[in-house]
Design a protein around this ligand. Structure first.
Ligand SMILES: *Cc1c(COP(=O)(O)O)cnc(C)c1O
Length: 471
């Protein structure tokens, strides 16, 4: 492909993307293909000679698109959103075009310095503690692993990097509702999954601080070394909020690292009125949230903050001859701020998103999504045979259809049937969770293109699907 062909083809691709996003509601939200449907249509080996661009685009439409689940569809209410937006897509095109690998400051000073600024913008806009240092990671899973490795070194006086993890009997704590990335991080860090202590939760599914205190005391009495607590600001199942301040005070007392996982709900910190969300945050040693979920920035882009920057760098620093630069010490060489050496230029899309939206529109959009959550929750509360399984949190609603005279098992099956029928209709994509053994339909109202009419339609389909079930 030469310059002229690129120009022509890329213009066509931009039109394709615009058409796709403009007409996205004509697609079934959840892909309806069966396993291997796509695989079997792809030849076993690459072509010997190059094919025309038109052949690729045609196969994209006929082979690939049926196997896509449409995350940018306004009726994507599953998991958490993986939002994009036009400014973010444009920045991704530019990032690919520029093609810089941003491992150290010298390999693209603008990338490092824009990243530093974007992390400061978030701090200001979201009211995060001013003594935190930010760095972009690929995902929250990586950020939590980064936090754990840093806490491990900090707690062992940097001896486990040197001598191995047997230098100390470290213990990590999180609630039974914490995201599976905690389990994964403990495995990768070599701490042993038996040393991840799961603390029980209250009826709101939030960690019980007194249980944490008890577990730490018990471990201390048995010669263990409490190292880190992972506190959830919005769990994945039901958006439960662990009490950051109380947990932070316990951590402070026992010299334990506090990592706050705000992967999804952290984006709501853009709202100044949500003061309760910020309560106790200054006690955290590290914090992560994903602009790639609710803040209109293409996957992947995770914002990680740490209080003790030196501990972070000391954990990951490497200095082979070929990476020595004259600017070292005066600038941020982000390869020492996490796991990857090579890094994408992710700050550019944040810059495009924040400048195109502006703080006011970012705020009002998030606020509107939360209002939709309240609206749906009130419909559920007012409608006979429906009930909330947990109080509505921000823009997540967990509920079930609950006609009288049915056993728990029967209700679980009924709700699973409703969910499957909605998803198979292609109109919307919703997922489920379990609340104390009860099957709950879990709806997240946070897609970039979501409007009130979508929320009303979704509610209408839920009621209609339930009414049509055999009595
Ligand atoms: C989504 C999520 C994660 C994982 O995020 P990735 O960026 O996909 O690694 C971790 N914690 C919570 C609470 C989440 O909701």
């Amino acid at each position: 492909m030469n310059h002229e062909e690129f120009r022509k083809n890329a213009h066509a691709v931009v039109d394709w993307v615009a058409d796709y996003l403009e007409q996205i509601e004509k697609y079934p939200v959840k892909s309806q293909v069966a396993p291997k449907d796509i695989y079997n249509q792809i030849p076993a080996s690459p072509p010997a000679s190059g094919e025309p661009f038109e052949a690729l685009m045609s196969d994209l439409d006929t082979i690939i698109m049926p196997g896509i689940t449409h995350w940018q569809h306004p009726h994507f209410h599953a998991y958490f959103p993986g939002n994009s937006s036009y400014p973010s897509v444009i920045a991704e095109i530019l990032t690919a075009g520029i093609g810089a690998q941003c491992m150290v400051w010298e390999t693209s000073p603008a990338a490092a310095e824009l990243e530093e600024r974007m992390m400061e913008w978030f701090k200001g806009m979201m009211g995060l503690p001013s003594d935190w240092y930010g760095v972009i990671q690929d995902t929250a899973s990586t950020a939590t692993l980064t936090a754990l490795l840093t806490a491990r070194e900090w707690k062992t006086d940097f001896q486990s990097n040197k001598k191995g993890t047997s230098v100390s009997k470290l213990r990590i704590y999180c609630s039974t509702e914490t995201h599976s990335s905690a389990d994964k991080a403990v495995k990768i860090a070599g701490l042993g999954s038996e040393n991840l202590v799961k603390i029980s939760v209250d009826d709101q599914l939030a960690m019980i601080p007194s249980e944490l205190e008890k577990a730490i005391q018990n471990d201390l009495a048995h010669g263990y070394v409490p190292c880190m607590v992972i506190s959830a600001m919005g769990t994945t199942g039901t958006l439960a909020f662990d009490p950051t301040r109380q947990i932070g005070e316990i951590c402070h007392k026992h010299q334990v690292w506090l990592h706050v996982d705000a992967a999804y709900a952290g984006s709501a910190l853009v709202l100044p009125e949500l003061e309760w969300l910020r309560d106790g945050l200054q006690l955290a040693d590290s914090f992560v949230f994903n602009p790639h979920k609710w803040l209109f920035t293409n996957f992947d882009c995770s914002a990680y903050y740490v209080k003790d920057k030196e501990a972070l760098i000391k954990t990951f620093e490497i200095l082979p001859e070929y990476l020595k630069t004259k600017t070292r010490g005066q600038v941020n060489d982000y390869r020492d701020w996490g796991i990857q050496l090579g890094r994408r230029f992710r700050a550019l899309k944040l810059w495009f998103v924040m400048r195109t939206y502006g703080v006011d529109l970012l705020r009002s959009t998030i606020r509107t999504h939360i209002d939709y959550g309240s609206w749906l929750a009130s419909q559920i509360e007012q409608t006979p045979h429906f009930e909330l399984l947990t109080p509505q949190k921000l823009n997540m609603v967990v509920f079930r259809y609950n006609p009288p005279g049915k056993s728990v098992e029967k209700l679980n099956t009924l709700n699973e049937t409703i969910l499957t029928q909605i998803n198979q209709s292609g109109k919307a994509y919703i997922t489920h969770t379990k609340v104390n053994g009860l099957y709950g339909i879990r709806v997240v109202l946070g897609q970039t293109r979501l409007e009130k009419k979508h929320v009303e339609d979704l509610w209408g389909w839920l009621v209609k699907t339930s009414d049509a079930l055999p009595k």
